[in-house]
Design a protein around this ligand. Structure first.
Ligand code: ADP
Ligand code: AMP
Length: 215
């Protein structure tokens, strides 16, 4: 099974992914997480990607598609994967279509989580992430029990560099220009399931459960 999570930054893709992979036994693949790890470890990929990420721009397609091709080809992905943050351009989507038959996979569903822009800004600027395990929090909507400490592992919470207000605005523009065309792309292929992401975390997950239950 291959599920794609589509939607603007801050829509709640990572938050929902945590619940989806637990309940559906899927391997979670987030290109954002993979790129941030590469930046932290100062690999060649990380050095190339950093300047784009800091500015809220997309990392060039040629760098990202290689990551995804390699990851999807690993044995643990054979039973099913959840892609978060990929594809993000039509060229990436076309690339994915070309590589999937080679690894005996096909896209089962594209879940589009849509959220109003004002709410996206609120969610992104209030987001906090665990520096150890990567768990996701929000100052208001999903606050940790102890301020700045991860409930799950006790790690320190931090704010992502690209969650500053100015970079958030740039990322939302980039989404509209470069990623939103994928809505039509997957709609035409009858793979798209729109989800109202303005609801609370459990309300959004209930909608996803219904859609995935039918697959
Ligand atoms: P994305 O992966 O799409 O960029 P995240 O899952 O990281 O988005 O969510 C962005 C922020 O919004 C996080 O701080 C998260 O805790 C919070 N959040 C996610 N879903 C909801 C929701 N339905 N209602 C309120 N806050 C949410
Ligand atoms: P995310 O964690 O999904 O919000 O992604 C954070 C940043 O990583 C984005 O703003 C981009 O700079 C980069 N990135 C993640 N996925 C992709 C992708 N599929 N294509 C290009 N850049 C990406």
């Amino acid at each position: 099974m291959l599920i794609i999570l589509l939607g603007p930054p801050g829509a709640g893709k990572g938050t929902q992914a945590e619940m989806i992979v637990q309940n559906h036994n899927l391997v979670y693949i987030s290109t954002g997480d993979i790129l941030r790890k590469a930046v932290r470890e100062e690999t060649e990929l990380g050095r190339k990607a950093r300047e784009y990420m800091d500015q809220g721009q997309l990392v060039p397609d040629n760098l990202v598609v290689e990551i995804v091709r390699d990851r999807l080809g690993e044995p643990d992905c054979a039973n099913g994967s959840l892609l978060d943050g990929f594809p993000r351009t039509v060229d990436q989507a076309v690339f994915l279509e070309q590589v999937l038959p080679d690894i005996n996979m096909q896209i089962d569903r594209v879940l589009l989580i849509d959220v109003d822009e004002e709410e996206l800004i609120e969610r992104l600027t209030g987001r906090r992430v665990c520096s150890d395990c990567g768990a996701n929090y929000h100052l208001k909507y999903k606050a940790p029990k102890v301020r700045n400490v991860c409930d799950q592992c006790g790690g320190d919470l931090y704010q992502r560099d690209d969650d500053s207000l100015s970079t958030v605005k740039e990322r939302l523009e980039v989404y509209k220009k470069q990623t939103e065309p994928l809505v039509e792309f997957y709609n035409k292929k009858e793979l798209l399931s729109p989800i109202d992401g303005n609801q609370d975390i459990d309300g959004v997950y209930d909608q996803i459960k219904t859609i995935l239950g039918d697959l």
